[in-house]
Design a protein around this ligand. Structure first.
Ligand SMILES: [Zn+2]
Length: 230
């Protein structure tokens, strides 16, 4: 069984047993973290992959352990934030496709991962508020602020007492995250990012992603339990 992401038919579980290998210079089998053209027969419970041709093999994701781990992380995150079904996911597909290529080939695969987190949060409806204070709604000043996971954004030092579980977010980190929200990857890549700033962006984003995910999984669990109880 494989979980695949398609642009127009959403996320699908498919059976890829005995995929017919296409004899060409391209690798003819199914691999994790690759883009492929697939011919799928719709079955009763799940699709059956009858042909597959890899169009972006991303070999470094299997040769380089770190890059492979980053790819696994992004795929897992996308999986957890989406439901299986026929919903159109062309934006998420494009993001995942670009991200895998960046993680495979770019000099800073960690930045590709951070950029993915920012974009993913946006596309699945959890864009963190970084421009105005989530308590007082006044514009955020260019200085050190706080970040509230529960309220999904920046809380200013003045209102921090009224925010829930805020963590400090230094000005530089805030600027970087805002830049990521607003700019293309090419622009973000052009920045000089120090290791400490990198670490700090990771701290904020991982913290927020984990928080949101836990809430999402809890609500999915709740929906299941309510359905079950009926
Ligand atoms: Zn405020």
């Amino acid at each position: 069984m494989l979980t695949i992401l398609t642009p127009r038919h959403g996320k699908q579980d498919v059976l890829a047993k005995g995929v017919r290998k296409i004899t060409s210079h391209k690798i003819g089998h199914v691999e994790m973290f690759t883009r492929a053209e697939m011919l799928i027969h719709t079955g009763r419970d799940f699709g059956l992959v009858v042909q597959a041709e890899m169009t972006a093999p991303h070999l470094t994701l299997r040769d380089d352990l770190t890059r492979g781990a980053y790819a696994a992380y992004t795929a897992e995150l996308l999986d957890k934030f989406t439901d299986t079904g026929e919903d159109e996911m062309s934006m998420l597909f494009a993001l995942m496709d670009e991200t895998l290529a960046r993680i495979a080939d770019d000099s800073d695969p960690q930045l590709a991962m951070r950029y993915f987190e920012v974009r993913l949060l946006d596309l699945v409806g959890f864009r963190p508020e970084l421009s105005e204070c989530v308590v007082g709604h006044e514009p955020v000043q260019p200085s050190d602020q706080f970040f509230s996971h529960a309220q999904g954004g920046v809380v200013c030092p003045q209102h921090v007492g009224r925010g829930s579980s805020p963590v400090p977010i230094p000005m530089m980190t805030l600027k970087l995250l805002r830049h990521m929200q607003r700019s293309s990857y090419q622009h973000v890549k052009a920045l000089e990012i120090s290791p400490s700033l990198h670490e700090d962006a990771e701290r904020i984003l991982l913290g927020y992603v984990s928080y949101v995910l836990e809430r999402r999984l809890q609500s999915i669990d709740f929906i299941r339990r309510v359905r079950h109880a009926k």
